[in-house]
Every structure is written in C-alpha cells, then in structure tokens.
Design a protein around this ligand. Structure first.
Ligand code: NAD
Length: 268
C-alpha cells in the first residue's frame, strides 16, 4: 500500500503549469493532497498535471491568476475556499527572470521580477495565513494549522551578476520567509523555503540544452547532475508533511552542492 502523508490536505501551488511547480503539484497529489494548479496563461500545461494528480486519487483544479495582482489572487483563494473549504499547504512557486546588464536594466524589468517573485508571495501568503488562522489546527489533518513553502533559489545566498533583479527578489524571499515564520509560529503555521540549484526547466533551458552549456553548468554542481522537478517535489512533500513538524523558518537547499563553493573543491 502506498503511504500518502498528505491525505485529506488541500494545497495550492502557484505557477504549476510547467517546470518545478508542475513537479511539486504532481508530487503533492501523489502524496494524497488535493491540489489547486495555478497558472498565469498556459492552461494547456495544467492538463497533464491535473491528470497525474487525479490518477493518484486526488482532486485537482486549475485556476488562472497573476500572483502579482491582488484581485486575481483574492478571487483564486475565494474559489478554492468556496469549493474545498480550506487551505492546508501553499507553495509560492511562481517566478521569472528578466535578465539584463545592470546599467541597461529597465524599471519595467526590475518591477516585473520583484512583483511576481516577491509581491506575489506576499499576496498569496497573506490570504493563506488568514485562512489558516481562521481554521486553526485540525489534529486529524495535521499537527500544524498550515504550511507555507516559498520557492527561493541558491541565489538567496549566491550573488548573480547580470541578474540583479532576480537575486534581489530571492534575497528578499529569504527574510520574507524567516520573518513570516517567526510571526505566525504561535498560530502553528510553518513557513519554510526550498532553494533549488540548477533544475532543468524552461526558465534556464539555455544553461543545459547543449552539451557545451551542460558541461559548464556541471562545473558548478559537485554532485555531478542537473536537478529535475521531482527532486524539488520530494522536498516539498516532506516540508508539507508532519515528518518536518519541527522545521520552521529554514531554507532547504536542493542543489547538488552548488552552495558549497565548488571552485574551492581542489584546494582553492
Ligand atoms: P518555469 O518558467 O517553468 O516556471 C515558472 C512558472 O511561474 C511558470 O509556470 C509561469 O507561468 C509562472 N508564472 C510566471 N509569472 C506568473 C504570474 N505573474 N502569476 C502566476 N504564475 C506566473 O521555471 P521554473 O524553473 O519551474 O521556476 C519555478 C520557480 O523555481 C521560480 O520561482 C524560480 O525562480 C525557482 N527556481 C528555479 C530554478 C531552476 O533551476 N529551474 C532554480 C532556482 C529557483
């Protein structure tokens, strides 16, 4: 018999029509959760995700919303709470890059990345904490009143030239997550981050799709392989489950050792 640690729990994953979000939504579904599959524009991308969750016996529902738009976020939660009654797990995954040399970076590129990667987390987490506080702990569901997971990056600690907006957003996620974790812990809401390294998804295709690019990328990964969305899905299941009940305010780096200063591996 498959053990489903999230049976009976209701999850919302933002940006779940591709890449890591799709992998996380499927993993939560396979672990027994019902999952709202949020998407921004690519509804076709939600179809295989929903099919995989339903095949695992869970319910799934695609809801379109731009996470940086307050009204759309509120409408998404209204629909989820209206239909399913509660939210136990929020995965703030939606994110993007708009790369530019700093001296050429436009205000639009700066604002877009901060709005989606950071303000989107604020809007979704604010509504989720309201719902989790209102309901409180339901011991038959979980030891916590709710779990919030923020998709950060190794770039919450590794500076990234040419990507100042992105690195600033993920550095912001670090203290957003930690401060929120500190604030809502008394209400039994756990807040943690996952810090992926290089995961093969559409966001970084040029970094892994040719053999030359892949070889260069692997120099940064001591464990010797690029990650897959399911590597992150497994961490998200654990952070969502009571197996991690004493983990709060932490970033779990899932990066094959990318944060270990690989250039010093031969003695520096
Ligand atoms: P991706 O491009 O496949 O996924 C990003 C998702 O976010 C897409 O589905 C996109 O539609 C969605 N999105 C973008 N703007 C949105 C908006 N305004 N509202 C709702 N959804 C929106 O790339 P990915 O690699 O799967 O990225 C997912 C998350 O993981 C991001 O936060 C990214 O920063 C983070 N991350 C990825 C890597 C990696 O190597 N792939 C590494 C570190 C962190």
């Amino acid at each position: 018999m498959t053990i489903q640690p999230l049976k009976g729990q209701k999850a919302l994953v933002t940006g779940a029509s591709s890449g890591i979000g799709a992998g996380v939504a499927i993993a939560l579904g396979q672990a027994g959760a019902d999952v709202v599959v949020n998407y921004a524009g690519n509804v076709a991308g939600t179809v295989p995700v929903i099919a995989a969750i339903e095949a695992a016996g869970g319910r799934a529902m695609a809801i379109q919303a731009d996470v940086s738009d307050e009204q759309q976020v509120e409408a998404m939660f209204d629909r989820m709470i209206g239909q399913w009654g509660a939210i136990d797990i929020l995965v703030n995954n939606a994110g993007l890059q708009q790369d530019a040399a700093f001296h050429d970076m436009t205000l639009a590129q700066w604002n877009k990345v901060i709005n989606v990667n950071l303000t989107g987390m604020f809007l979704c987490s604010r509504r989720a904490t309201r719902e989790m506080m209102k309901r409180g702990v339901q011991p038959e569901v979980s030891s916590a009143a709710g779990k919030i997971i923020c998709m950060s990056s190794v770039h919450e600690v590794i500076p990234w030239a040419g990507h100042v907006n992105y690195a600033a957003s993920k550095g912001g996620v670090k203290l957003f997550m930690q401060s929120l974790a500190q604030e809502v812990a008394p209400q039994k809401i756990r807040v943690n981050s996952i810090g992926p390294g290089a995961i093969a998804t559409p966001i970084n295709r040029p970094a892994w799709e040719t053999p030359e690019a892949l070889a260069k990328l692997l120099e940064l990964i001591p464990y010797g392989r690029v990650g897959q969305p399911d590597d992150i899905g497994k961490v998200a299941v654990w952070l969502s489950s009571d197996a991690s009940d004493y983990i709060n305010g932490q970033t779990i780096f899932a990066c094959g050792g990318m944060t270990l200063y690989p250039e010093f591996a031969d003695g520096g």
